[in-house]
Write a protein that binds this ligand. Structure first.
Ligand SMILES: NC(=O)C1=CN([C@@H]2O[C@H](COP(=O)(O)OP(=O)(O)OC[C@H]3O[C@@H](n4cnc5c(N)ncnc54)[C@H](O)[C@@H]3O)[C@@H](O)[C@H]2O)C=CC1
Ligand SMILES: O=C1O[C@H](COP(=O)(O)O)[C@@H](O)[C@H](O)[C@H]1O
Length: 715
């Protein structure tokens, strides 16, 4: 068996076949196979090493133990090595450990404490193989050798944003037992991408070869990281993942995984250098391409009068300015360092990096390759080869110390805890993902750009149990479902995205809001977290109103005022309360309140079609102030009508159902267990507005999205 394994070893591609054969032969002669189960096995191994050394007349330099085992086996093996297999004094011991090093701060601390019982810090080499990738390993030397150019610009005044990305096309098939416990944040972001971010963001030590200085600067940078909020991340899961987990872990058909296979995270730092600069980390499985890169995009304040056709890359200040550490794969299919020609010509170590001048017709990050100085390694080296060689030479620069590891878990654990119940957005995988996983920054938050329905889901392929757990459709319209807090946060983000698009399209956003208790949490969320919301361009309308004075606590407008309006700056002229109080009386037909409101809408809203109408659902199936069997508002041509509620205050003014259905988008928010019964009923009935007015909400050319928390959906 051993021979079979070794026979299949490959040499690096540039190794001559003859020399490769010699090396393999040598390796084979030196290799022996031992199965190490008991303490006795380790004692025997130790004895045999010593005998062998004696026979050969050699003095032992040291021993390397490479732990290619699952972490739960670490402590036991470490104990055996420590007690029975340490080399004699004077020779060194090095143990190599592979991630995962815990799954959160507590477990990482525990694992670290166990290992510390047996090994000294300097004996441990924790591998993060990304640190052995050539482009990553060159970040610090690049910053060091190009200090003269970078010193003035490597800061918040000049850097627009930083993107650190690992996209994969493979999925987690075959690895579900590992992946299901970890997910993409623990698998890739907490380690590889965080380490890369540290190399980019840390203050540069005077001597980058000093492992201790580099570590201390890294730890300083960890301290500057702003705490992540739930809204700092967007997460997704490829559609086939749950069934892979069910199959590989023998889970029941109704098991639904919440493990993210895609994540985008927005990180900010509290440091003079980086304050306000977004660091975006993104990674995922089953994406449309395989590529890894680090992109530092610089601000561009120039306006160029010269026509675009005449501009040359080297001198035009109007072309994008960026530095890219291309980790590999993707269009270039090799590691590279690229610097926009209008930034500077970088200094690169001649022996190990060479300039690439034969530019194929490639475009990278919106620019032809000829716009960059491009460098690639003279000799491509595998990350592991580099790391193993470093272990032999006792070079600890590219390994993760305990302090470093714990600092990273301390940073990531709160986010992991806060999203542990958040349902990831489902994506089909590969090219079919289209824009589904695109995300954007809104102030300090990240949200998916697309609020549109998850059209790709074919619910007919789902089993009834899947259907119970999560649905992409409800009554043939899009459904977003999560725990209440996440749901409201998603709704608020989606709402802001709709607002931004409406403003971009027409300069205004016309939003009609419902009253009642459910939207209050949304109002509060919008008031506290959405500083980028285009309030100045937003017109606020009421979906319905109780016939009470606007200052009455029962009034929907009053609630809107208390929870939202008093916290944001909506121009006074953009507020449109319903005219329930005219001529010092409430909702009297002759005062023609509904007609006045309809006229106001017609005068200000293009095609009298709101950009977005937010609705709720009552336990009896009412929506807005349209109650079952209402004599008005369920049909007809009136936009606004007076209705009667079965509960106090009885008199109401409301938008009519036909008018609501003219909206470009309608969001329906449903929260709480109390709504489960009506939700179940609605999932079965057709269009019966007389009985259940909400069932008549079917925008004629617009889009309907249901936002339901798990209790409302699942009971
Ligand atoms: N497979 C992957 O994609 C990745 C693996 N790793 C790490 O690389 C290492 C190897 O990974 P895999 O080969 O996938 O792991 P694995 O789970 O297949 O196991 C590797 C070996 O550990 C041995 N082993 C299991 N329990 C043991 C015990 N109690 N005592 C002694 N030996 C035991 C198994 O017999 C097997 O030979 C692990 O440390 C893993 O965490 C890290 C990142 C990715
Ligand atoms: O550590 C890991 O990294 C790989 C990606 O590494 P690469 O060298 O192939 O880019 C990832 O697929 C795996 O899930 C993760 O555990």
């Amino acid at each position: 068996m051993m021979f079979e394994v070794l026979k299949n070893l490959a040499c690096p591609p540039d190794e001559h076949p003859t020399r490769c054969a010699v090396l393999k032969d040598q390796f084979l002669k030196l290799s022996q196979y031992y199965q190490l189960r008991t303490a006795e096995n380790y004692t025997v191994l130790n004895r045999e090493i010593e005998t062998l050394l004696e026979q050969e007349g050699l003095e032992e330099a040291g021993r390397i133990f490479y732990f290619s085992v699952p972490p739960f086996a670490y402590a036991e093996i470490a104990g055996h090595i420590n007690s029975s297999c340490r080399p004699r004094p004077g020779a060194w011991l090095r143990v190599v450990l592979e991630k995962p090093f815990g799954h959160d701060l507590e477990s990482a601390q525990q694992l670290a404490a166990e290992l510390r019982n047996f090994f000294k810090e300097e004996e441990m080499y924790r591998v993060d193989h990304y640190l052995g990738k050539q482009a990553v390993a060159h970040i610090l030397p690049f910053r060091d050798q190009n200090r003269q150019f970078l010193d003035p610009i490597w800061n918040r005044h000049h850097v627009e944003r930083v993107e650190i990305v690992l996209k994969e096309t493979v999925d987690a098939k075959g690895r579900a037992s590992f992946y299901e416990q970890y997910g993409v944040i623990r698998d890739v972001l907490q380690n590889h991408l965080t380490e890369v971010m540290m190399y980019l963001a840390m203050e540069l030590p005077a001597n980058i070869s000093s492992t201790e200085d580099v570590l201390q600067h890294k730890l300083q940078t960890f301290k500057s990281l702003q705490e992540l909020e739930k809204t700092s991340a967007v997460i997704g899961q490829y559609q086939a993942y749950t069934s892979q987990v069910q199959e590989e872990l023998q889970k029941a058909q109704n098991y639904f995984s919440m493990t993210p296979t895609f994540a985008g995270v927005l990180i900010h730092m509290d440091s003079l250098r980086w304050e306000g600069v977004p660091f975006i980390l993104a990674s995922g499985k089953a994406l449309d391409e395989r590529v890894g890169y680090i992109r530092v995009l610089f601000k561009n304040r120039a306006y160029c009068t010269q026509s675009e056709a005449l501009r040359d890359a080297e001198h035009s200040q109007c072309k994008a300015k960026q530095i890219i550490f291309y980790i590999g794969h993707g269009e270039l299919n090799s590691p590279a360092v690229l610097v926009s020609r209008n930034l500077f010509r970088p200094i690169m170590p001649e022996g190990s990096w060479r300039e690439v001048t034969d530019h194929p017709q490639l475009h990278l990050f919106g620019q032809p390759l000829s716009d960059y100085y491009v460098y690639s390694p003279v000799k491509e080296r595998d990350a592991y080869a580099m790391l193993i060689s470093s272990i032999y030479h006792a070079r600890k620069d590219f390994f993760i110390t305990t302090e470093n590891l714990l600092a990273s878990w301390e940073f990531w654990t709160p986010l992991l805890d806060s999203i542990s119940h958040q349902a990831p957005r489902l994506y089909p995988g590969g090219r079919e993902n289209q824009h589904l996983l695109d995300f954007e920054m809104l102030g300090q938050e990240l949200s998916f750009t697309l609020a549109e329905p998850v059209e790709f889901l074919d619910t007919s392929k789902q089993t009834p149990d899947d259907y119970q757990t999560i649905q992409a459709k409800f009554r043939n319209s899009s459904l977003v479902s999560a725990w209440p807090e996440e749901l409201v946060s998603q709704l608020a983000s989606d709402l802001e995205a709709v607002a931004a698009r409406a403003v971009a399209r027409s300069g205004e956003f016309h939003l009609a809001l419902s009253g009642g208790s459910s939207p209050v949490v949304l109002f509060q969320r919008l008031a506290k977290h959405h500083y980028g919301f285009p309030w100045k361009r937003t017109h606020l309308w009421l979906v319905d109103e109780r016939c009470v004075p606007l200052s009455d606590p029962e009034s929907n407008f009053c609630s809107l005022h208390d929870h939202l309006l008093q916290h944001v700056r909506v121009p006074y002229f953009n507020l449109h309360p319903m005219p329930v109080h005219l001529n010092r009386r409430l909702c009297v037909e002759e005062d023609q309140g509904p007609e006045l409101y309809a006229e106001e809408i017609a005068a200000l809203v293009t095609n009298a079609s709101f950009d977005l109408v937010l609705l709720g659902v009552g336990t009896d199936g009412h929506t807005a102030s349209l109650f079952p069997h209402s004599s008005s508002g369920l049909g007809g041509s009136q936009a606004v009508v007076l209705t009667e509620s079965p509960i106090k205050p009885h008199q109401r003014m409301t938008l009519s159902l036909p008018f609501i259905n003219k909206a470009r988008q309608v969001f329906v928010l449903v929260l709480g267990k109390g709504k489960h019964e009506i939700v179940t009923l609605l999932s079965r009935v057709g269009n019966k507005p007389k009985k259940w007015p909400i069932s008549g909400v079917r925008p004629s050319s617009g889009q309907l999205v249901w936002y339901m928390d798990y209790e409302a959906l699942l009971g």
